[in-house]
Structures are given as C-alpha cells and as structure tokens.
Design a protein around this ligand. Sequence first.
Ligand SMILES: *[C@@H]1O[C@H](CO)[C@@H](O)[C@H](O)[C@H]1NC(C)=O
Ligand SMILES: *[C@@H]1O[C@H](CO)[C@@H](O)[C@H](O)[C@H]1NC(C)=O
Length: 473
Amino acid sequence: MEKYSPPLAILGRTTLLFLLFFSPLSALGSFSSSSDLRILSAEKRVDLTSSIVRVYLTLKVENLGTSHASEFLLAFSPTEAEHLAIIKASSVEGKRKKKAYTLSVSSTDLVDTPNGARLFSVSLISPLKTGDTASIEVLYVLTNLLEPFPAEISQAESQLVFYRDSAILLSPYHVVEQMMYVRTPTNKIESFTRVNPTDRAGTELKYGHFHDQPPYSFSPIIIHFENNNPFAVIEELVREVEISHWGSLQMKEYYKLKHAGARHKGVFSRLEYQARPSVNGASSFKQLLAKLPPRVHSVYYRDEIGNISSSHLRTDYSQSELEIEPRYPLFGGWKATFVIGYSLPLEDFVFESPAGQHYLNLSFGCPLIETQVDSLTIKVMLPEGSKSPRAAVPFSADHHLEKTYSYLDVVGRTTVVIRKMNVVPEHNIPFQVYYNFSPVFMLAEPLMLITAYFMLFSACIAYLHTDLSLVKT
Ligand SMILES: *[C@@H]1O[C@H](CO)[C@@H](O)[C@H](O)[C@H]1NC(C)=O
Ligand SMILES: *[C@@H]1O[C@H](CO)[C@@H](O)[C@H](O)[C@H]1NC(C)=O
C-alpha cells in the first residue's frame, strides 16, 4: 500500500482547514490547570464497521499536582464536536466487570484552547489524590462523519468512504505512551495515511506506539475504505405513546428514513437487483429490524399506500423482533416514510412511585437497530385528568407540554413532548414521565357515553310523542 496523498481538490474545504489548523505537533502545552495531570498510557480503538463511528478510549491518568483532581478533560476537534452524539465514561476499578458508564460527562465552555479544540469534563467519583493513578474508559459516538467518496455510485458499485482523525490522541494533557487501532468492515482499504509507525493486518490498522506527546498534539490521517453497511438515517422520528389506564399503551411511530450513503446514479434495474442483490445492490439495504418489548401485540406496519404485509414478528420472553421491509430496496439518497404501530401491556411500563405518583418507564431512542435519528420527538399522552407531569430523561433533551384531543376527550390530554437531535443506539436507555392521576377520571368517558345514549333515547321518546306534521287535520 502506498502512502496516501489525495489531491487537495477532493478533500473539500473542511479538511483543508483541518490540515491547516492541525499541523503535527502544532500546539504547545500552555493551557492552564490541565498541567497537573498527565496520561501515562492511552489506547484508542476506532470502530468503523457501521455507518455510526464508535471510539473507545482506555486512559491511565496520573495526578502530578499538589491538590486532588476531581475532573478530567477530554478534547475534541471542532469537526468531531460537531458530529458528537454521546460521550460515556467509566472508571475501571479492580477486575473488569460489566461495563457501566457511570461517570457524568459535561461540555465545558473553555474556549481559549489551541486550534479551537472543544473540551468535555469527566467528573471523577472519588477525587484523584496527588501521585495516584486512575483508569478511565470512554466511549464516544460520532454520526454523519463518514464521507462517501465517490459521492455518487451506480447500482453495482461498492460504497467507499473517508474517515478523518488524528493518529495522535488530541488531549489537553501530556501523553507518555499511546496506541491507536482502527477497525474497518472489510479488508478493502483503498488507501490510508502512513505515519511512523503504522501497521496493517487484515481489517485492522495500527498507529503507534507514540511516546511523550505534548498537550494538544495532532497528526491528521485519512482512511479511504469500503463500507457497504446500511447507511440508514431516520431524518425524523415521532413516537406517540398513549397511556390508557384501561390496560394498554398505544404506540405509533412515524419514520422518515433515508439512505445517507453515496447517492445512486443511473437507472435502477430491479431485474439485476433480484438476480444478485449482493452484487447489484451492495450498498443498498432492504430489511430493517426493530427491537420491541416482549409482550407486544396488535402490530402493524404501513406506508402512504397502505398496510405492508412483508413484516415478520418473532417474540420470546425477553424481547420481540419485528423485521420490516419497505416496498423497494433503498439506494443512496432514496427515502421511505412509514408508520409502525403496536400495543403494550400497561403493567409492564406504568408503575406507582413510592410517593404515590404514577410513572411511565420506557426506553428512549429508536427501536430500529443500528440507526441514527437526526431529530427524535417523543410525545407521551397522559390519560385525561392527569396532573403535574414531569419528565426525567438521563441526558439533555428539550421538553415542553401540549394538549392533545382524541375522540371523547373533554378537557384534552396533557402531553409531554420530548425532543432530541442526533440520537444513536447508545441513547436507548429508560426515561420516565411522572404524573398524578385519579382513577375517578377513568369513569368520565363511560359516563359520557351513558349520558349520550340516555339523551338519544330521551330524544327518540320525545320525538315519538310529538306531532311534527305540518298539515293541520
Ligand atoms: C392496517 O392495519 C391496522 C391494524 O391491523 C388496521 O387497523 C387498519 O385498518 C389496516 N388498514 C388497512 C388500509 O388495511
Ligand atoms: C425502568 O425499567 C428498567 C428496565 O426496563 C429498570 O432497570 C429500571 O430500574 C426502571 N426504572 C424505574 C425508575 O423504575
């Protein structure tokens, strides 16, 4: 493999800026307060096997200062910060158990950083004493970062994408020793930047070891590789959750799906596609899998035309899987809109809190596996007569209240609307909506029906006993 030197024209403006800004070993560690810590060893693993980029860091941090350190800073390039969907961190103590990312991470407003690096702060549960070391694991997820190149491909072509990063960990601290591993989906790597040392074995690229890098060091790399995994992006998802204390949770999910990979060019031949879909449609996708809760029922899947029968539901005690298939395979740039509806047993999702409030406990995010959602809205319609609603979402999200009216509603349903941009599978964690509800309100609708019937009945009787004829006899 040759050293990769792409013509600047194809790299685009952002990269150019990037390269100008981040010349190797550019900045000097003059940034305040951070100098008390240093990273003894850093391992960075980049997973490029999907359309969503996941980066795992294992850092060993040492406190050289004279006081305790209660936070630790992570640095991101401006481009990374723009595409960042989520950051999770955990401290590793003793033997490695199941990974639970329990440390809180928050964005800082420190702006005076070299090259405009954006800093995030990880709060340590127990402050790091002078001279002590701690191991920290970080996972961060980036979306819309892989850039298809060529940007347009025909039906039979494979999709190639660019990934840009730094071979040297961008950090506000001095890094004693470090290593970076990049995993690609297949071993078809068109080209990659070589720095000294770089190594390649099958689907893995290795950068490093690098020793004694000063703070804010950076060494840009570009990897151009094959990635035919579904670039399934939900541009907009609206999930409506209707709570009925008569026993069920009605779910309705409106999807606007797009293939966000290299745009399809030329004509689409269904004949060729059907003959050999893996060759004549390598970059396209057809099926999608939705993970739904175990006791789901009354499932339907429809688009503008009507109900789609090509969906399969498999259910077991721990989960249900709904396999759906749009009416046509999706190629780059193509879109599909559809609705999935289902019902869930109320007792699995609505509980009573110790304080006597009711609360909904449901998974956030999108049920479709390995898809990103650009804009997610969850509307929780509480039963009529609910009071003091409150949403508890484990990450920053906008929320506000609305009123929704469905038939037979008199005062309308208080609806808690939660919105979040750039949602990835890592956001599929439970959230809660608390509310006060008196079961007396459950009688409102039946009473209304009875009253209505009674009035109709009375009207009929009255009608039968009234002489409405115009002709005087
Ligand atoms: C689609 O399925 C749902 C649920 O099974 C049903 O209520 C609806 O009437 C169906 N619509 C059409 C057009 O068949
Ligand atoms: C919500 O449900 C999850 C499991 O689905 C459970 O682990 C969690 O404790 C529940 N949260 C509350 C507040 O009940």
